[in-house]
Design a protein around this ligand. Structure first.
Ligand code: FES
Ligand code: FES
Length: 164
C-alpha cells in the first residue's frame, strides 16, 4: 500500500508538490523534505511557537499541522522574508534592536509579527504583546522584541504586498 499522498501547495511563492505520508507534520516536511530549516522545532507540542509559519496569511504552529491540511494553501516560512542579501525590515529591526539572542524563537516571532503588521495590526505595546503571546522567548525579553517590531513598523514606507 502506498502510504504517501501527493500534496500540492504554494511554498514561499512557488508551487510545490510533495509526496509524503498525509499525517506527516508540516514542520518536518519543511525542514527535512524542503530543507527550509529556518523554522525551528521547539516543544513539538504546540506550546512554544518556534515552529510558526503562515498558512494563508495566518500564523500557525507547523508542529501540529499534518501536511495534508495544507493542500491548496499558501504557506510562508521565514525564508520568504529576505530578498537575496536584503533582510526584511523586521529582520533588520530584530538585529538592530536585540530582538533575538539564541534565535530559537526568531522565526516564530518574525512570522507572527509579519502577519500582524501585514494585517494592519496596532503597534502599541499591549497589542503587540498579545499578538506575539503564542511565541515563547526565553532569552531576549519581550521589550526588545516589541521595540523591534515597532521600529520595523515605523519604516512602513516600503509596505507593499509581502513586504513591510
Ligand atoms: S515546536 Fe511547534 S509549538 Fe513548539
Ligand atoms: S532569543 Fe532565545 S528563545 Fe528567544
Amino acid at each position: 500500500m502506498n502510504q504517501h499522498a501527493a500534496i500540492r501547495f504554494t511554498l514561499n511563492g512557488q508551487p510545490r508538490e510533495i509526496a509524503a505520508p498525509p499525517m506527516q507534520r508540516l514542520l518536518d516536511v519543511l525542514r527535512q523534505t524542503c530543507e527550509l530549516t529556518g523554522t525551528k522545532n521547539g516543544c513539538g507540542e504546540g506550546d512554544c511557537g518556534a515552529c510558526t509559519v503562515l498558512i494563508d496569511g495566518v500564523p500557525v504552529v507547523s508542529c501540529l499541522v499534518p501536511i495534508v491540511q495544507v493542500e491548496g494553501a499558501d504557506v510562508r516560512t521565514v525564508e520568504s522574508l529576505a530578498e537575496g542579501d536584503q533582510p526584511h525590515p523586521l529582520q533588520a529591526a530584530f538585529l538592530k534592536h536585540g530582538g533575538t539572542q539564541c534565535g530559537s524563537c526568531a522565526a516564530g516571532l518574525l512570522m507572527t509579527a509579519c502577519a500582524h503588521l501585514e494585517h494592519g495590526g496596532e503597534t502599541d505595546d499591549a497589542t503587540l504583546r498579545a499578538a506575539l503571546a503564542g511565541v515563547v522567548c526565553r532569552c531576549a525579553g519581550y521589550q526588545q522584541v516589541i521595540a523591534s517590531v515597532q521600529a520595523a513598523a515605523r519604516g512602513g514606507e516600503t509596505l507593499d504586498g509581502n513586504h513591510l
